[in-house]
Design a protein around this ligand. Structure first.
Ligand SMILES: C[S@@+](CC[C@H](N)C(=O)[O-])C[C@H]1O[C@@H](n2cnc3c(N)ncnc32)[C@H](O)[C@@H]1O
Length: 377
């Protein structure tokens, strides 16, 4: 349970959470009272009709649980549009993964048009409930696809998608690497551990973590598998992964010994993934080095890596701010506040990173001309 009391869900939300809990409990009973944390996270976030992303929770904005960069306003999308416009060639498309409320698609589509760029905008969204919301907002300006287009050419964008992919939980101990899974203990969801094995153990050992004491961390194998698939279908163009995370040496740091598992419920962050399953977001930080290694092994190139602030500055966020008269407080103040959220190291500027991966597009890309950190990956 989170330390401070959190707002109570209404009866319908609690009913939905109880239904998901029953679904998880049934699977646990059938599976010898153990499931990997990745399986638990997949159910808690994506179980059809009941998972956090698949169900009816508000999720985004003031009435929801968290705010993403495109939800703050259009400045993020308008700045990103400059990079996207540079990269698109005639006949190319834009493909957005996990488009949430549709905020980025709406603003980026508009911004590209304003820059004189015409490109089809595709969305690949795993949540039927969110795809419905996106359709209501975006109507005919977008085409939704259920699978990755084969031999895609253009720009792909995944903003805060990989952190929501199911991750395995591990504990490095002096006795060896344990996999932290989920079981029922006196009817309640609880952590249960057993020796890690197979692919999970191999990936954990590859991190070469020396556990003097206990060291807990997560391993997002789903993100790596996703990238392998995406790389395989990228005929020409660029994938922009935007998310919070670090390169391997900063992520698996001795001081971060409890991992990065983070839950978001009504704009409060806490560390209990078993609290109200289906009603809260569960996330882990992205290992950008792991993505770079998968990209290289899949035959696509690392074209740039920078923190969000540096990327947006390189793309000219200051020009967009400067285009508004600073003495016009009604227009300028919200824009300046938005820029502050996007750029400040205490907000999204430093923790969030932008990784550009691609085939057939030569660096340097506009967003990485200054302050690129690709050498740290
Ligand atoms: C945290 S939200 C971010 C939404 C949006 N990109 C934004 O920045 O506001 C995560 C989104 O990714 C979607 N999603 C999760 N896993 C996905 C996957 N494997 N492929 C495509 N979308 C996915 C969710 O349904 C949701 O739309």
């Amino acid at each position: 349970m989170p330390a401070a009391p959190l707002p109570e869900p209404d009866a319908a939300a609690r009913f939905a959470s109880d239904a998901l809990l029953a679904r998880i409990a049934q699977e646990l009973r059938e599976g010898g009272n153990w499931m990997s944390f990745a399986r638990y996270m997949a159910l808690a976030l994506h179980a059809p009709g009941l998972g956090y992303y698949a169900g009816g929770a508000a999720k985004f904005g003031a009435a929801g649980d968290f705010v993403t960069a495109p939800e703050i306003g259009s400045l993020f999308a308008r700045t990103l549009a400059r990079q996207v416009a540079d990269l698109l060639r005639p006949g190319d498309a834009v493909l957005e993964f996990g488009a949430g409320s549709g905020a980025l698609a709406a603003a980026l589509g508009e911004a590209l048009k304003a820059l004189g760029v015409r490109a089809e905008y595709l969305i690949l969204e795993t949540s039927a409930e969110l795809a419905e919301r996106q359709r209501a907002r975006l109507r005919t300006s977008v085409r939704w696809v259920d699978t990755l287009p084969e031999a895609f050419s253009g720009v792909m964008i995944a903003n805060e998608v990989l952190d929501a992919m199911p991750a395995h939980a591990l504990a490095w101990t002096p006795q060896g690497v344990l996999e932290r899974g989920v079981c029922l203990d006196l009817g309640q969801l609880a952590w249960c551990e057993r020796p890690a094995s197979g692919e999970v153990l191999a990936a954990a050992q590859a991190l070469k973590i020396e556990a003097g004491e206990r060291y807990e961390f997560e391993l997002n194998l789903a993100a790596r598998a996703w990238l392998r698939t995406v790389a395989g279908q990228l005929a020409r163009g660029v994938l922009l992964v935007i998310d919070y995370g670090f390169p391997v040496h900063e992520l698996y740091h001795p001081q971060r010994s409890r991992g990065t598992l983070m839950c978001h419920y009504r704009h409060r962050a806490h560390g209990d993934p078993f609290y109200l399953p289906g009603l809260q977001d569960i996330t882990t930080h992205v290992d950008f080095s792991a993505l770079a290694r998968v990209a290289e092994a899949s035959g696509i190139e690392v074209l740039g890596y920078a923190n969000q602030a540096q990327f947006l500055v390189n793309c000219g966020i200051a020009d967009l701010l400067g285009a508004v008269d600073a003495s016009d407080a009604r227009r300028y103040a919200p824009l300046a506040a938005e820029a502050q959220m996007l750029l400040s190291p205490a907000e999204m500027g430093e923790l969030f990173k932008v990784l550009a991966l691609g085939r057939g597009s030569a660096p340097p890309l506009r967003g990485f001309t200054e302050g690129s950190r690709a050498h740290t990956l």
